[in-house]
Every structure is written in C-alpha cells, then in structure tokens.
Design a protein around this ligand. Structure first.
Ligand code: AKG
Ligand code: FE2
Length: 364
C-alpha cells in the first residue's frame, strides 16, 4: 500500500473515532488529545495558574429560596429573581422540594448509561436533530470543525407516556428514573415559570402559563470524561440555551462557566441546589429584559463530570414572541417571532461561532 493510501486509511479511521465520541477515546487510554479537539488559541479556556494550581474565579450565583415563595416574603423573592435574571441570566434554587435521593439517582443512572459497552450506547446514535432519542458527541457533530469533549444522551420527555417506551432500555432502571425526574422537574419548572411571569409585572398573563401545560421538555444527560489536555479544549463551547428555562443538575465536579463582566467565571453551586438559566425564548418573551447568557463547560484531567440539563419550553409548534403586556411605544418589540422549527433550522444549517441563536432573532 502506498504511503498516501495508508495515511488516508489512518485519517478515515481517526474520523470514525471522533464520531464514536469522547467516552470511547477516553477508554482507549490516550495521553494526548487528537487535533480534532484542539481549539484555536483564542478560544481555549485559559485555565489560570494551570489546572493543578487552579485559581479559577468562582461565582456564587444569586440564591432563590423556594420555601419563601409562598409566604410573606414573596415579593422579596420575586425581586431577587428579577435581579438575577437581568444581571446574570442565572440563579440557583434551594428548598425546591425535589428529593435528593432522586437527583442523586438521576446522575447515577446517567453515569451508568455512559459506562455501558459502546455497542449498547451506539444503538441510539443518530445524526437527526429531530430524533426523540439521540446519543451523540460534541455540540453539533454534523457541523463542528473542532469537536468538543462531550458525549450526550438527549431525550424528548413530554408527554412521558409517548416517549418513555423509546428511551434506552439499559440500564434497566433508566426509564423509571427519567420518568420520575421528568415529573418533578416539570412541576418545579411550572412553579418557577409563574414566579418569572409575575416578576416581569405580568400578573394577569395566565395564557402563557396555560400554554406551558403541554410544553416541551428535553433532557440532556451530558458526560464529560476526564481529558489529558483540558487546557486545549472545552466540554461545551460558548452557547445559549434555546428554551424558556433550563434546570441544570451537576454531580459535584465543577465545570460550568458563565461570562460575568467580560470574564469567564466558574459556577460553584450549593449542595442540593439546581442551577437555573434563562433561555433564548424567555429573553424574547421578556423583550430583552431577562438575558439568555452565554455559558460553556470546562473539562479537567482527573474526573469525569456528569450533568443533566432539563430544557423547558412551549409546545414545539408554538410561536414565541415578546409578551404584549410588555410592549409600549417607549419599549417597542425587539425580537422577531420564532418557533422550535426555526431554531432547529438555524442549529443544523450553520456552525455559529458563538452558538447564539438569539442574535438572528433580534430586530435592529
Ligand atoms: O454541564 C453543565 O453544567 C451545563 C450543560 C449545558 O450548558 C447544556 O447542556 O446546555
Ligand atoms: Fe447550556
């Protein structure tokens, strides 16, 4: 075989390797990351002081105590919520009522899914962005020039009775855990949604809350294996989330970063809290008052990290637009109407540098 043919064969088997995901690479025991994962210098995470001597800026997100939401302190809680959504686009909720046994077992079953033999996981691989069950790698494996250090399992969740039979049957308790977790996170979301709507001063806007009764819920279980060269790559590139609110559960390993005053800072959540972030749809609904903030994920050289992001929004076919109750001559509409299909078209048709869908919806 000629050298060129050999190199070509090597290249194509390397290409295959990327599509098998980073868990697969990690299991092969590599000590350097393949070029496919190396970011241009300007996009690298710039881990200050080196990883061992980690002096990352840590951020304590504003705390929303849900045990105070239905008592005499309600207006104070709503004010904190409004401030957090305006200033950070992120907050953490405590006393949310979801049992920690359930959150622990959700992380645990997610971890066990990624520990299954590759062939078992591969049954759910699909390049189709619309697939209700999709195991994949990177951010958008069809488009990303540089891959990121993440594998994921995405599950459509609502209605549970429709999607549950399509979820992976291994690990054997996955369906039951995801079903319970879906139910609990959906109730928490509805509680937060009502508070968010009220915090915008929309006391009479019951329509939106009703519409969310049949809303969409997408669960993304992320696996960020330990990485031999974490300063050259990212677990997720800077992006915003498309939905209304995202509820993020983490396993205790830090990694999530948000941009605050021009610097990337690491979110350091309280134990048993949920990190919640404003998505593009809420930025549009609030006519830009609440911000869908860019965030990214760092990886590290010693620990695998698991996170579960639950993305909540309107039914897939609904149109999202600035709330009419917020539009005045002084505060005109700042965003075009959008729907889920427009987002998927955008996400699948380009490789957005900042993965920021909302820019394309802004009225100038
Ligand atoms: O892993 C995390 O903490 C965040 C994950 C995330 O941003 C996402 O799944 O959209
Ligand atoms: Fe995200």
């Amino acid at each position: 075989m000629s050298m060129a043919a050999e190199t070509e064969m090597e290249d194509s088997s390397l290409e295959d390797r990327h599509l098998k995901g980073v868990r697969h690479l990690h299991e092969s025991g590599i000590t350097r990351i393949p070029n496919k994962y190396i970011l241009p210098v300007c996009d690298r995470p710039n881990i200050k002081g080196g990883e061992r001597n980690n002096t990352q800026l840590k951020l304590k997100l504003p705390i929303i105590d849900l045990s105070q939401l239905h008592g005499p302190n309600r207006s104070r809680v709503l004010k904190s919520l409004a401030d957090a959504c305006e200033e950070y686009g992120f907050f953490q909720v405590i006393n949310h009522g979801i049992p920690c046994d359930l959150t622990r077992s959700m992380i645990d079953v997610g971890r066990r899914f990624f520990e299954l033999p590759f062939e078992e996981r591969a049954k759910y691989m699909s390049p189709d962005m619309f697939a209700p069950v999709r195991y994949g790698t990177s951010f958008n494996q069809n488009k990303d020039g540089v891959f990121c250090w993440r594998d994921f399992l995405k599950l459509y969740c609502q209605p549970v009775s429709r999607f549950c039979p399509q979820w992976p049957c291994e690990p054997s308790d996955l369906r039951q855990k995801v079903a319970s977790y879906t139910k609990e996170t959906n109730s928490l979301f509805i509680m937060l949604l009502k508070a968010v709507v009220e915090s915008l001063g929309l006391v009479d806007d019951d329509d939106i809350v009703k519409e969310f009764g049949d809303g969409s819920q997408l669960m993304v279980i992320n696996c960020f294996p330990s990485c031999p060269e974490p300063d050259l790559t990212l677990g997720m590139p800077p992006h915003s989330d498309y939905g209304f609110l995202t509820l993020v559960l983490q396993d205790g390993v830090l990694g999530l970063q948000i941009q605050s005053q021009g610097e990337w800072v690491t979110v350091d959540p309280l134990p048993n809290s949920f990190v919640v972030n404003v998505g593009d749809h809420l930025e549009i609904f609030s006519n830009g008052r609440y911000k869908s903030v860019l965030h990214r994920v760092l990886v590290n050289s010693s620990k695998t990290r698991i996170s579960v992001a639950s993305l909540h929004s309107l039914p897939f076919e609904s149109v999202v637009k600035p709330s009419s109750g917020l539009i005045t001559p002084q505060n005109p509409k700042r965003y075009k109407e959008t729907d889920f299909a427009a987002f998927l078209d955008y996400a699948s048709s380009c490789e957005p540098k900042k993965k920021n869908f909302i820019e394309s919806r802004r009225l100038t």
